[in-house]
Design a protein around this ligand. Structure first.
Ligand SMILES: [Ca+2]
Ligand SMILES: [Ca+2]
Ligand SMILES: [Ca+2]
Length: 238
């Protein structure tokens, strides 16, 4: 019996067990066109599904929290039309962008993943900086009315920025995370709403390796030792 154990960094609250080793790519391109506020698109690959929804930082009269947006799909991938842009916004605002309000795509995986990367493609020549956050949360998420500060309550870690350059080419972004996750909030870089800093792109594909995560409760040490002992015993028998 093959038992694979990968013990995550000591500070992580989840252990990664039995990474399958098979990397999957979910191709997000298509021809659905503009979406409606609150819609979703789901992509399946080898039995693992990814549900994508769109969010804009447009909530309330002062745009101070996340609100459902319209998820569109084109030949270069997914775009977000937020409520300030209008659900059927045209180019370039129907892309994921930070001109005005921040746009985000929330990816909810049916299984935890590691070694994740996201490929983006601008429709035109634009800056390609991104921000992202990851979480492990076994419930479907509703981000409506939540500020960035309140996302930690759903298990999201700190926002990570990743800078690209101005180009019309695709860019692949590695998603750095201390452990596996099943929620990825991915958008144009927060805080660059004007001029040539503005980032515009569609999200073309997501790649990741499915894993099984085991929680690290108060008894983590004991549980970890037990699993480790079991693994060692099995490997001796093999
Ligand atoms: Ca947009
Ligand atoms: Ca915009
Ligand atoms: Ca930028």
């Amino acid at each position: 019996m093959k038992t694979t154990l990968v013990v995550a960094a000591s500070l992580a609250s989840w252990l990664v067990v039995s990474a399958s080793g098979q990397s999957l790519t979910w191709n997000l391109t298509g021809s659905a066109g503009s979406g409606a506020y609150g819609n979703s698109l789901t992509f399946a690959q080898s039995g693992v599904t990814v549900k994508a929804t769109a969010w804009g930082y447009t909530y309330g009269s002062s745009d101070n929290a996340l609100e459902t947006a319209a998820l569109g799909q084109w030949s270069l991938g997914l775009g977000v039309a937020n409520r300030n842009e209008g659900a059927s916004a045209g180019a370039p605002q129907h892309q994921v962008d930070n001109s005005g309000a921040d746009d985000w795509v929330l990816f909810e995986f049916s299984k935890a993943v590691t070694n994740v990367s996201v490929t983006i493609t601008p429709s035109g020549t634009y800056d390609r900086d991104v921000s992202f956050m990851t979480a492990f949360n076994s419930s479907p998420l509703n981000l409506n009315g939540l500020s960035y500060a309140s996302l930690s309550g759903l298990g999201f870690g700190s926002k990570v920025d990743s800078s690209g350059t101005v180009s019309s080419n695709s860019r692949t972004v590695s998603i750095t995370s201390a452990t596996g996750f099943n929620k990825l909030l991915f958008g144009a870089k927060v805080g660059e709403p004007t001029g040539s800093d503005i980032d515009y792109f569609k999200v073309t594909s997501v790649t990741g390796t499915p894993t099984t995560l085991v929680p690290e409760p108060a008894t983590a040490g004991l549980l970890g030792l037990g699993v480790l002992a079991l693994g060692l015993r099995r490997s001796r028998r093999a």
